[in-house]
Design a protein around this ligand. Structure first.
Ligand code: ARG
Ligand code: ZN
Length: 495
């Protein structure tokens, strides 16, 4: 069958409403199985009739699809050559919708698509690697309350997405072999790098659960967000690891690592929901300096102090995976990504706090990222105070630093503002401004309540203002509002 006839079939599948046409499509597609890679069904060019509306993020207006709700990503990945910018595998997305969706639109800058199935059937699709969209034509619209399984297989070079402000590409990191060190890979995806290697609804307002199965060559260890369920060795020495991330997380928070690791297990810590045990494991690359490990000896204490302030740890496992390049640390869920050069307790505290703020309580819009960064930075003060410090030096240091930098209202308006001093430092000071209006018991209940009330619906600054008013009253809300809205730096918060 020629490509043009395939497209014809594809078009009919999209527009054909009757079951007769669906049957025609089925016949023509099945006659093609297995499809040669060059003749997969493709969608017709975009038409006014079928358009997918993005989520409408104020910083990244093209990301995601409005009305799409991915419940689960089931990943089966293989890394053939650790250290290369490539990946192959299959992702099965379990999807539902909050409004009728005639097409599905996933974010995907990544490797070429080899095969795509909707509930097991080949369906037409169009992968625009430049726009970073994979548009899929289901046999019939995805309706609210219904579910579908969409399986996407791909292989090859991952996509490229330059970081908003650092000299790196977010997404699938390739660390080439150097000297004694073997090649490695890891994810570093905030804000929208996951789409460089997986087809996803790449927005924090649509968190989902993940099962990650990953196969690596002999001698390598894979690690990923969640609890490890399986480790098996094939006759050729290839190793397969399976991880279950049972609580929903935003796509950028997915950790995947491939390296020659030493995995170090430590006693579980009973800080989970209802006092359940949180499994403890850290991954150290072979050959790093021994003192790199020192900071991680504090992990149990950090979990205890933060759980005391924020409530139960939201996931079933926690630890760090250490990486060798100089990149920012990242709060990947259950497994913080910690560069050797940032292996300090303060950074560990920050990333651990993000497990609650960012990973469990997720953002409705990227402009609200100060809610993540302000709270994670504030945790650094809470930790210092738990070590017996007054914390006043830290707060004064923050205020001086905020004063030396340009300031702005807390809600970001540009991509460059996402991770600036305002998001981190002015964000932390805004929380301090709330704290000084009440006593510590009230502030603790306030932080815990923010997690328990908002862990299942993405948050905005407006939510925090309303919540602050309802929990702590008008004075606390006014203090917060000043720090949120003032174009200038408000006065130092004092009791
Ligand atoms: N959320 C990370 C942290 O503060 C920072 C990520 C910075 N990312 C970036 N793309 N510049 O822990
Ligand atoms: Zn942070």
């Amino acid at each position: 069958m020629t490509l043009s006839r395939m497209t014809h079939c594809a078009v009919r599948s999209l527009w054909g409403q009757s079951s007769l046409l669906a049957l025609v499509l089925l016949t023509c597609v099945q006659a093609q199985t297995p499809l040669p890679q060059t003749a997969v069904p493709t969608l017709p060019p975009p038409s006014g009739l079928v358009t997918a509306q993005p989520i409408g993020d104020s910083i990244f207006p093209a990301l995601g699809q409005a009305g799409l709700d991915v419940l689960k990503y089931d990943l089966d990945l293989t890394v053939d050559r650790p250290g290369a910018s490539e990946l192959r595998g299959t992702v099965v997305l379990t999807v539902t919708a909050t409004k009728s969706l005639p097409v599905l639109s996933l974010d995907f800058l990544g490797p070429p698509v080899l095969d795509l199935r909707w509930n097991g059937l080949l369906v037409p699709y169009r992968h625009d690697g430049t726009a970073g969209k994979l548009i899929i034509g289901p046999p019939q619209p995805l309706l609210p309350g219904t579910r579908a399984e969409v399986a996407v297989s791909f292989a090859g070079q991952v996509g490229v997405r330059p970081d908003p402000d650092l000299p790196l590409n977010v997404g699938w990191q390739a660390v080439p072999a150097e000297g004694e060190r073997v090649g490695a890979n890891f994810t570093l995806s905030e804000p929208d790098g996951t789409r460089t290697f997986l087809p996803v609804n790449d927005h924090p307002s649509d968190p989902a659960t993940f099962t990650t199965r990953i196969t690596v060559p002999a001698g390598y260890t894979a690690a990923a967000s969640g609890v490890q369920r399986l480790e098996k060795v094939a006759p050729n020495g290839n190793r397969t690891f399976v991880f279950e991330q049972a609580q929903p997380i935003p796509t950028y928070a997915l950790a995947i690592h491939v390296n020659r690791f030493e995995r170090v297990d430590s006693p579980a810590v009973p800080v989970g929901v209802g006092g359940t045990e949180v499994l403890r494991r850290d991954y150290f690359p072979a050959g790093i300096a021994a003192d790199t490990r020192d900071a991680y000896a504090s992990t149990e204490g950090v979990l205890q102090v933060l759980a005391d302030w924020f409530g139960p740890f939201p996931f079933s496992a926690y630890g760090s995976a250490i990486v060798t390049p100089r990149v920012p640390a990242l709060e990947t869920a259950t497994l913080s990504t910690m560069p050797v050069a940032s292996s300090a307790v303060r950074v560990l505290v920050h990333e651990t706090a993000h497990q609650w703020f960012g990973d469990r309580v997720t953002l409705a819009d990227w402009s609200e990222v100060w809610l993540n960064e302000g709270l994670a930075t504030y945790a650094e003060l809470l930790w210092a105070q738990a070590q017996g410090e007054t914390g006043s030096e830290i707060v004064q240091g923050w205020y001086a630093r905020a004063g030396r930098n340009q300031t702005r209202p807390l809600v970001a308006t540009t991509e460059r503002q996402l991770f600036d001093t305002t998001a981190y430092i002015r964000g932390a000071l805004a929380l301090h401004a709330v704290r000084v209006t009440v006593d510590d018991a009230a502030f603790r209940a306030y932080l815990r309540g923010w997690v328990s009330e908002f862990q299942d619906r993405p948050v905005t600054t407006a939510d925090l203002l309303t919540y602050t008013h309802s929990r702590l009253g008008a004075r606390a809300e006014a203090a917060l509002r000043l720090w949120v809205e003032s174009p200038d730096l408000p006065p130092m918060p004092e009791r």
